[in-house]
Design a protein around this ligand. Structure first.
Ligand SMILES: [Zn+2]
Ligand SMILES: [Zn+2]
Length: 316
């Protein structure tokens, strides 16, 4: 069965706290595993979360502040030690190449050749990856930062009643899907369009660290799952602006404007505790009525199923 879920490895900005590790997120999508922003301690968090180095097919770094990349050396060396034999592509801002090289080669270890760099520059970059496309777009932060988005292509959903009405059954269904039309035993022509309906692809976006900017909206547009930084509450909005971060209210504005189905808030300042989580939700609720999750370490958040618009709170 295909698995589409976010495994939360860490949720703290700047510094880890007693309850929150530095950032780290694995988006499992069918056979792909996108490891976003492995902060310090990610290797051990993977162990706690039941994530193996073999599950990782991409390492996507938004920017080279330490809370988003200090876990790269441990993850890279674990990939080498565990003899992962599939390609692991690594996307990161090209302007931070010097930091990537240091992190990639941080200590003495028996190296691997499966990790292939994909430095990102320009306004939009897309890579096909298994069943999906990975897209990077620039954000707005004191150092260059890119957000990412995963998109499944749209397809078609077969309509059993229409198939039955036209006498299409068994191997004929596969023939119809392959060829777009077929002639039934009674001599009539049946087309794929008559017996199926469009099925929109699913999508997820990962937005951090950033101010409000066009890239954040473009990445979040229409996604089923948006993982977004909400470092501060609105009473610290001056600090958010100064350091290039979002408030929970701004994260809610993005989710509302983009028609996001499930919103995951994370990258919390160490000034807040879990007792403050309802305040983050309250700010989001001023603009966004959809499903909101305030991320905690080791939480698993499913990508909402198609047509499943019920509010679901993910639990550990
Ligand atoms: Zn950060
Ligand atoms: Zn940052």
């Amino acid at each position: 069965m295909s698995v589409r879920e976010l495994v939360v490895l860490g949720t703290s900005s700047a510094v880890p706290t007693r309850h929150r590790n530095h950032n780290g997120y694995l988006l499992r999508w069918d056979g792909e595993g996108f490891l976003f922003d492995p902060g310090e301690g990610t290797q051990r968090q993977m162990l706690h979360a039941g994530v193996s180095a073999h599950d990782v097919t991409w390492i996507c770094v938004t920017h080279f502040h330490g809370d988003h990349c200090l876990g790269v050396p441990g993850v890279v060396q674990r990939i080498a030690r565990d003899k992962v034999n599939h390609e692991v592509r690594a996307a990161y801002p090209a302007s931070g190449e010097i930091y990537w090289r240091r992190l990639r080669n941080a200590s003495a270890f028996a190296d691997t050749d499966v990790i292939t760099p994909r430095p990102v520059s320009g306004e939009v970059v897309r890579w096909p990856s298994g069943p999906v496309t990975l897209t990077a777009r620039p954000l707005s932060h004191p150092v260059q930062s890119y957000g990412y988005r995963v998109d499944e292509p749209g397809g078609r959903r077969m309509l059993p009643e229409e198939l039955a009405r036209r006498g299409v059954r068994g191997p004929m269904i596969g023939e119809l899907q392959r060829n777009g039309s077929l002639t039934t035993p009674d001599g009539s022509t049946v087309t794929l369009d008559e017996c199926s309906a469009p099925r929109p692809g699913q999508s997820a976006a990962f937005v951090m660290d950033t101010r409000l900017c066009d890239g954040a909206f473009a990445l979040a547009d229409g996604v089923d799952l948006l993982v977004i930084e909400s470092t501060f509450l609105s009473d610290e909005s001056a600090m958010a602006a100064q350091y290039g971060h979002l408030t929970a209210a701004q994260a809610g504005q993005i989710a509302a404007a983009c028609g996001v189905r499930r919103l995951v808030l994370t990258h919390f300042s160490e000034r807040y505790t879990t007792a403050d989580e309802p305040r983050f939700v309250d700010e989001v609720r001023k603009s966004y009525a959809g499903d909101v999750v305030t991320a905690r370490d080791l939480m698993r958040v499913p990508v909402p199923k198609r047509g499943d618009y019920q509010v679901q709170r993910a639990t550990k």
